[in-house]
Ligand binder design. Structure first.
Ligand SMILES: C[S@@+](CC[C@H](N)C(=O)[O-])C[C@H]1O[C@@H](n2cnc3c(N)ncnc32)[C@H](O)[C@@H]1O
Length: 198
């Protein structure tokens, strides 16, 4: 089996790292949800050696992440955890003081987003930082033609999926026990949203 490669990760990993290194400067252990190929996990663990990085994914994605992890040989990158956000309680041994997820919430339907938010509220220590990266709509409107095209593609694949509204996302996280700390514009009309667990 060859390592899976997502070209988008190669384009966005440096910008994501530059944001996360500030937000995770005082963190120790990061839970990543929906790690995909594992490229972000390797890149972030390599560039932020003070963090213990825990990738997680659905079972079919785990072998690919493990290939990236073995090749990287990083002491601070844990073996990928099988984690379906819908299966509560999540199979975690301890709490994390940070969490990250990229490009997950537009990929799935709203009930799955809610399951992820509820799981994160349980998985994180008080004061933990959660960073959520991806495209978001503003007041129900796409912020670019590229995001509109992405949304059409997503809905053809799964009619329940699609780009979520920023305000709705923030409201749901606040309901679950997070404080919204703000957004950062990222390349290609993406945002990095930052929250703190109350
Ligand atoms: C668009 S990909 C993003 C992957 C990676 N984070 C990135 O930025 O390249 C969305 C990921 O969400 C994962 N996913 C879908 N449903 C999930 C679930 N129920 N629990 C956990 N992850 C899920 C998929 O397996 C997929 O890898």
């Amino acid at each position: 089996m060859e390592k899976p490669v997502n070209e988008a990760c190669l384009r966005n990993q440096q910008a994501i790292y530059e944001a996360l290194r500030l937000h995770f400067a005082g963190s120790r252990s990061v839970l990543e949800i929906g790690s995909g190929t594992g490229q972000h996990a390797v890149y972030m663990a390599e560039h932020m050696p003070w963090l213990e990085w825990q990738p997680s994914e659905l079972a079919p994605a785990l072998p690919g992440i493990e290939l990236w992890r073995r090749e990287a040989g990083l002491d601070n990158l844990r073996s990928p955890l099988e984690l379906d956000v819908r299966c509560h309680p999540w199979p975690l041994d301890s709490l994390f003081d940070a969490a990250f997820s990229a490009n997950t919430v537009h990929y799935v339907g709203w009930p799955l987003v809610e399951a992820m938010v509820e799981g994160l509220a349980q998985a994180l220590e008080q004061g933990a930082c959660f960073c959520l990266y991806g495209p978001f709509n503003r007041e129900g409107r796409f912020t670019s033609e590229g995001n509109r095209a992405l949304d059409s593609w997503l809905r053809e694949r799964d009619p329940d999926s699609g780009i979520k509204d920023l305000a709705q996302m923030v409201e749901r996280l606040e309901e679950a026990g997070f404080d919204y700390r703000g957004e950062q514009a990222m390349p290609a009309n993406n945002l990095l949203l930052r929250f703190t667990r109350r």
